[in-house]
Design a protein around this ligand. Structure first.
Ligand code: SF4
Length: 486
């Protein structure tokens, strides 16, 4: 093994364990026609907590007015019986959000609730509008005043300016101008409206519970409240649920489907059905394919929990090597954990993960993870596994090298901070100090999600092929856009 590149060490060590990940930015839950709408939404958001842990909010309506409760923190921190009691009515939308350090402020917590000439409306958004800086500049030039730094507010301003009469036409006309990823929920006193971008980047599903309609990001939220999964909101579809029932329209020109493949690799909960596929099944297939492509002589397969578990099971099945719990995760560490002082720095990774010496000692370990972002976390975990007595550590990643940022609603570091954007697999292997490193191929990734031609998935952060051109931004706008996300 050759020593790690010192420049890499210097540039990557400042990032913490939690930050060395792609993060989904939002989860959505909406209900129409249930007397316990706010309570159901609270439960739904609870099931979606993995999609955002920094703020939570619910807007509810009783047919006359809309009320909003939101705040910073986990769903459980923000809501109590007392706050839910402030949200009467049979309709509600809720939102959980992950944000980057720069915009972790209450004004960006969703849903947003505004009052305009059309009446009150609340909105919750999962995704990212790639031309938001341009639209925002146009709107500000025309006199609009923004109350947050979020791209979602652009949609509300466009809606407020629409002259279309019907609610769904006004919403559709405001979305006609936006480009990029949006799974959206709107609530007015009379209706719940859901909309999904024509590419279908982020998931959005419809469920039923005792005559009530539910719309949410993942089916795990339906399972928690015993609701039945009906179907996905289709790419480019707008659905309206009101006293007359559910109606659907397809107001946008069709685009090639581009479901985010990372939902299968990492973001979605393994017990969810996403884009018509069980996530756990996808992860097992990713692991099987990984074993076929990157076989190595070893004694045991160990997952980096939780997201590496499905792929590790698949790797074990395909390779015939035993899967064992060599790393145990502490699930009760929040993002606000106070990092140890200098003298206790070695405790950093162990706060979240602890190796099981009896599983690891004296063995050749295949260590499975879903991705490597900056490389800092992988490096610490490899060291930890070695310290627990592993004879060899072979790292296997159930996705291709992440070489580019996401512009479609996932919080990612800048391209320059992605280790695979500027270093070969061999160099990354040396940096993380593994005996060997293997990634899943791009073809293998697509085969594992039953899309061998790559016709249904976005893989831009691996392939550089962005389905919606970010070139709608000029150089200075792109810098502003990236700065806002940094
Ligand atoms: S760029 Fe990556 S994370 Fe973003 S939508 Fe595409 S596959 Fe998903």
């Amino acid at each position: 093994m050759t020593p790690a590149d010192p420049t890499l060490t210097a540039s990557f060590v400042r990032h913490g364990l939690d930050d060395d990940r792609f993060h989904d930015q939002c989860g959505l839950f909406g209900v129409f026609g249930h007397p316990e709408a706010a309570h159901l939404t609270y439960m739904g958001l609870y099931a979606l907590q993995h999609r955002g842990q920094e703020s939570a909010g619910i807007a509810a309506g009783d047919g006359r007015a809309l009320r909003l409760e939101k705040g910073m923190g986990l769903v459980n921190d923000v809501f109590s019986e007392a706050t839910l009691a402030q949200l009467p009515g049979d309709r509600a939308i809720g939102h959980v959000r992950y944000s980057t350090a720069g915009d972790t402020v209450a004004s960006n917590a969703q849903p947003y609730l505004i009052e305009c000439h059309r009446g009150p409306i609340a909105i919750g958004h999962n995704g990212n509008i790639v031309n938001a800086p341009i639209l925002r500049r146009e709107l500000e030039a025309a006199g609009s005043i923004f109350g947050s730094t979020s791209d979602t507010e652009v949609i509300l301003h466009l809606y407020a300016r629409s002259h279309r009469e019907r609610l769904e036409d006004a919403i559709a006309s405001s979305l006609y101008k936006v480009m990029g990823a949006f799974s959206l929920l709107f609530l007015t006193p009379e209706a719940l409206v859901a909309a999904r971008d024509p590419w279908g980047f982020r998931p959005l599903v419809i469920g039923r519970l005792n005559g009530a309609t539910i719309v949410t990001s993942e089916t795990c939220a339906l399972d928690l409240i015993d609701a039945e999964y009906v179907r996905d909101v289709e790419p480019g579809e707008v659905i309206v649920v009101d006293a007359d029932g559910l109606r659907s329209l397809k107001p946008f020109p069709p685009e090639p489907t581009a479901h985010c493949v990372f939902e299968h690799v990492y973001f979605a909960r393994p017990d969810s059905l996403v884009f018509g596929r069980t996530v756990l099944d996808s992860r097992i297939k990713l692991g099987r394919q990984l074993a076929r492509e990157t076989h190595v002589a070893a004694d045991v397969v160990v997952a980096i929990p939780d997201s590496g578990v499905g792929a590790a099971l698949g790797y074990s099945e395909e390779s015939g090597l035993p899967f064992e719990w060599g790393l145990i995760r502490n699930h009760y560490v929040g993002r606000t954990f106070i990092q140890p002082r200098q003298g206790l720095r070695s405790a950093g990774v162990k706060i979240k993960l602890n190796p099981v010496r009896q599983v690891i000692e004296g063995r050749r370990v295949v260590l499975i993870d879903d991705s490597i972002v900056r490389g800092t976390t992988s490096r610490k975990i490899v060291q930890m596994v070695r310290d627990a007595g592993a004879r060899e550590v072979h790292v296997r990643i159930s996705s291709p090298p992440t070489t580019g940022p996401c512009y479609y609603g996932i919080d990612t570091p800048l391209k320059s901070e992605l280790i695979a954007s500027s270093h070969s697999v061999e160099e990354i292997g040396r940096f993380i100090e593994a005996d060997s490193l293997g990634y899943l191929s791009h073809e293998g990734l697509l085969a594992a999600v039953s899309d061998p031609e790559g016709r249904r998935h976005c893989t831009a952060c691996f392939s550089g092929r962005y389905p919606v051109a970010v070139s709608v931004l000029d150089e200075s706008q792109l810098r502003l856009f990236e700065k806002a996300r940094a």
